[in-house]
Structures are given as structure tokens and as C-alpha cells.
Ligand binder design. Structure first.
Ligand code: FMN
Length: 262
């Protein structure tokens, strides 16, 4: 699949084939994609624990659910629990930045050197950042980039996925999660039981409400010719519409087949 189509085809899949296993190779591919994501100061906060649902007892699975994610967690044969490891910055103390200097990614033209990292970036920017009130938010935002790469790769591999809330206190106990790891989301993963279109591309706020040019209040002008081009590239697809009888019928069929309440 082309990149733009992967973006266009991704939508949260919440009906999984509960008994169809996901090949280990595909899970690794998703993790390999995550590892290659861009990351602020090359720190790599994002950590993941892969859990096969069927390795959990019914009682443990039940305890991991939340009211907004219960069925996602129940139907998905694979769970990838994502965390931000807040200890990483003070553990590596700028060493991964120096690796970037060594390979010429951070060049002297841009002011970078080992000395700059050791004497300025780590002690005066990074270490204080870890003590500031916004640190966890910054780390979590960074992890979002990684998780998005994993999410898109799942779809490229022909799987379905949905980021899902989970009971982090229970997960901490079950998966031996270190204290410094901040819980983010579980990527519920499996083969879709619903059609890949799953009712169409999900509603979004208007483009002009989200993006601005030059200053707030001055919407970025959306060129319809670009929109048309992106439709051709399958990035912008048929939108989901309210009360679509086809989708209602699909949900009814899924509910019957998977024994779910309606
Ligand atoms: C960080 C994050 C957390 C989410 N948590 C949940 C969740 O707990 N339960 C759920 O059903 N969907 C969850 N979602 C999926 C969103 O609800 C979904 O993105 C939204 O329905 C928009 O549709 P789309 O993903 O199909 O394009 C989450 C998505 C993100 C990015």
C-alpha cells in the first residue's frame, strides 16, 4: 500500500476476529517501525509490553478493561501496552545526542559537539526539563509519534487496531511495570472482523477550524484541487455518515456472529 493510502485506510477497528492469531513477524514489524520513529533529543521514552490476550486469565483480562475500552481489549488477540519511561533522560545523560553528533546527523554547522551536549544541552536544558511540571506531558507527546508509527504499520500489515485506555494500576501489577514508566494506551491489535472500510472515514472537525496561517484566527486556505488529488491517492476517502443502513446492518451481523449485545 502507498503511504497516503495507509493514512486514509486507517481507522479505529473495534471488532476483531477474536480467535485469529497475529503472526509474530507482524508484531515485530510494528515494533521495528516504532523504534525508527523520530524522537526528541533521541532519548526514546516509548516502551511497550506485548501481551497475548489468551495468556491472561479471564479474571486478569476483566481487570484490565475500562468502560470505554472493554470490548476492544476483550476481542483483540494481541495487546501492546505503551509507556513513557521518564527515567531515560537522566540515565543516558545526553549520550544518544552524542551518537547523533558522531554520525554527522547533528553537525558542527548547527552548533553541535560533545562539549555542547555535556556542558549545555544535558545540564542546562534536559536535566532541568526532567524536574519541570510539564515533563511527563512532553515525554507523552513524544511517545505519540512513536505509537502513531506503530499504529499505521499495523494497517499496512493488513491488521486492524485501536488505541485503547486500560487499567494501569492492574497492568503495573500484572506486567511488572517499573515505577518510572507512565502508562499511555494499549494498542488493541488483531485481524478485523469488520470490513476494512468499517463505515467510512470517521468524522473530523472542519480543516479551517484546526489549522491557521500566520496567526490564530486566520484559517489555512484549503485548496479543493489538493483535496481532489488526495482523494485520488486514497488518503481522503468516503466519509462515514450518520445512520448509514449498510453500517448498521454490518454491526448487527457482527453482533450476532460474535455474540455481542445490541
Ligand atoms: C490516544 C488515543 C486513545 C484512544 N482511546 C480509545 C479508547 O479508550 N477506546 C476507544 O474505543 N477508542 C479510543 N481511541 C480511538 C478514538 O476514539 C478514535 O481515534 C476516534 O474514534 C476517531 O476515529 P478513527 O481513529 O477511526 O479515525 C483512542 C485514540 C487515541 C489516539
Amino acid at each position: 500500500m502507498e503511504f497516503k493510502e495507509v493514512i486514509g485506510r486507517r481507522r479505529s477497528i473495534r471488532f476483531f476476529e477474536p480467535d485469529r492469531p497475529v503472526e509474530r513477524e507482524k508484531i515485530q514489524t510494528i515494533l521495528e517501525a516504532a523504534r525508527l520513529a523520530s524522537c526528541a533529543v533521541n532519548a526514546h521514552w516509548a516502551k511497550a509490553i506485548v501481551v497475548e490476550r489468551d495468556q491472561l486469565s479471564e479474571e486478569k483480562l476483566e481487570r484490565l478493561k475500562t468502560p470505554v475500552s472493554a470490548l476492544n481489549i476483550e476481542l483483540a488477540p494481541v495487546h501492546i501496552y505503551w509507556y513513557a519511561d521518564l527515567s531515560v533522560v537522566n540515565r543516558i545523560q545526553g549520550s544518544r545526542l552524542k551518537e547523533l553528533v558522531d554520525v554527522g546527523a547533528l553537525a558542527p554547522t548547527h552548533g553541535w559537539s560533545h562539549k555542547f551536549v555535556d556542558e549545555f544541552v544535558y545540564p542546562q536544558v534536559l536535566r532541568p526539563m526532567t524536574e519541570g511540571p510539564g515533563y511527563a506531558v512532553a515525554a507523552a507527546a513524544d511517545c505519540g509519534v512513536t505509537i502513531c508509527q506503530a499504529l499505521l504499520t499495523a494497517f499496512d500489515e493488513g491488521l486492524g487496531a485501536c488505541l485503547s485506555a486500560f487499567n494501569s494500576a492492574i497492568a503495573k501489577e500484572l506486567f511488572q511495570v517499573p515505577d518510572e514508566w507512565v502508562p499511555l494506551y494499549c494498542l488493541a491489535l488483531g485481524y478485523p472482523a469488520e470490513s476494512w472500510e468499517a463505515g467510512g472515514q470517521r468524522p473530523r472537525p472542519p480543516f479551517e477550524e484546526q489549522y491557521f496561517e500566520g496567526e490564530h484566527g486566520h484559517p489555512f486556505q484549503r485548496d479543493q484541487a489538493v483535496v481532489e488529488k488526495l482523494k485520488q491517492a486514497k488518503m481522503i476517502q468516503r466519509p462515514a455518515t450518520p445512520n448509514n443502513p449498510e453500517r448498521t446492518e454490518e454491526i448487527k451481523r457482527l453482533a450476532e456472529r460474535l455474540g455481542l449485545p445490541m
